[in-house]
Design a protein around this ligand. Structure first.
Ligand SMILES: O=C(O)CCC(=O)C(=O)O
Ligand SMILES: [Fe+2]
Length: 365
């Protein structure tokens, strides 16, 4: 088995918040990824369990109900199997996943069509999105402190809802097992046929929730060629009530810091078939042991892509640390090198690349 990524685990509830901020920044510089120990203080475990339960119900909805919510150029809605291609330069077929993107809610109401199977849960989805938002603000504040940006509230202010609409998305993801793909569908046959193609995230930072027993996420190491698995339950968190929340730096924080904070390329792969794995008798996702990669059921994850207000400019922030950094952008990330003006312009550029069909269809109308 490949060497796993050595990503630090940080407890945000530490007494010395300056030290927490420094640890967070060091992890963001070194890895671009950090585990947030899940003590249930920022996001209660029941809220996470509830979100996964709603996600399963959503993906179990009849196909026609999901199709009625098909993703639009506003980046909201349902993305069908193989519809999004996160690494168009290298993938033969689109990602082997379904996804559902929630944009903003107003007064607990989604501003987009929602399948009837979860219609009654709109306030709960909205509340979960708010919990994620609050945690993302806390992380942005800590990053400002740790980088000694002047003012330290720079990133937090750029994410204030009062500044205007943002590209922020709460995304439910469902990766079906290889075995469930019917013969009429695309079949994963080569190494580039993956659940999510190699990419960096488009926003400022991402929060990722995963389930024990459902690995598959890998990060690209600094050598630009080695993929390291990111365990769901890193050492020291085995007895926590839920796996740590994974935080990663997206392209916008990389732009804002001239590449000092790493927007690390990552992907999601199918579990490698191993003898006996398909006959696992485990009763549910939560009961599997880490490393037990049975391909017997779908893999679920939930991502919160935090974006600043659309007009936010992405030039380097006032910070001695950023000014002094001459390293350039993360290896293997082609997007981080482009000069972009605002968060909105950047998001549109990225969406156009990964949803070729959606943008082609609309241009022809
Ligand atoms: O499902 C995962 O583990 C990661 C998904 C991801 O990287 C993304 O949606 O951007
Ligand atoms: Fe990602």
């Amino acid at each position: 088995m490949a060497q796993v990524a050595k990503i630090p685990v940080i407890d945000l509830s530490g007494d010395d918040q300056t030290q927490v901020a420094k640890d967070l920044v060091e992890a963001a510089i070194e890895h671009g990824f950090v585990y947030i120990k899940n003590t249930g203080k920022d996001i209660p475990v029941e809220a996470i369990d509830g979100a996964f339960e709603m996600s399963k119900r959503l993906f179990d909805a009849p196909l026609s109900d999901k199709q009625a919510c098909t993703i639009q150029q506003n980046n909201r809605g349902w993305s069908a199997m193989n519809y999004e291609t996160l690494d168009p330069a290298n993938q033969r077929v689109g990602d082997f996943k379904e996804a559902f993107n929630f944009g903003e809610f107003i007064d607990n109401k989604a501003q987009q069509p929602i399948p009837p199977t979860i219609a009654a849960d709109e306030p709960r989805v909205s509340a979960f999105r708010d919990l994620c938002y609050n945690l993302s603000l806390k992380l942005n504040t800590l990053l400002g402190i740790g980088l000694e940006v002047t003012p330290a509230s720079f990133f937090t202010t750029a994410h204030a809802r009062a500044r205007g609409p943002s590209g922020t998305i709460l995304r439910f993801l469902c990766y079906p097992p290889r075995a469930s793909l019917t013969s009429g569908e695309q079949q994963p046959t080569t190494e580039t046929d993956v659940r999510a193609g190699a990419h960096s995230d488009y926003g400022s930072l991402t929060l990722l929730f995963r389930l024990r027993g459902q690995p598959g996420l890998e990060i690209l190491l600094r050598d630009g060629k080695t993929w390291a698995p990111v365990p769901v339950t890193p050492p020291g968190t085995e007895h926590d009530p839920a796996p740590p929340i994974l935080m990663n730096i997206g392209d916008l924080l990389a732009y804002w810091t001239g590449g000092l904070l790493r927007s690390t390329v990552h992907r999601v792969v199918f579990p490698s078939p191993s003898p006996g794995s398909s006959s696992s008798s485990s009763s549910g996702a939560g009961g599997l042991l880490e490393g037990e990669e049975a391909d017997h059921g779908p893999r679920y994850s939930i991502a919160y892509f935090c974006h600043p207000f659309g007009g936010a400019e992405l030039g380097p922030v006032p910070s001695e640390r950023v000014r002094g950094y001459k390293g350039g952008v993360a290896e293997g990330n082609p997007y981080a090198e482009r000069r972009v003006m605002t968060a909105d312009e950047h998001l549109r550029m990225r969406l156009k690349a990964s949803y070729a069909q959606l943008y082609k269809e609309k241009e022809m109308e």
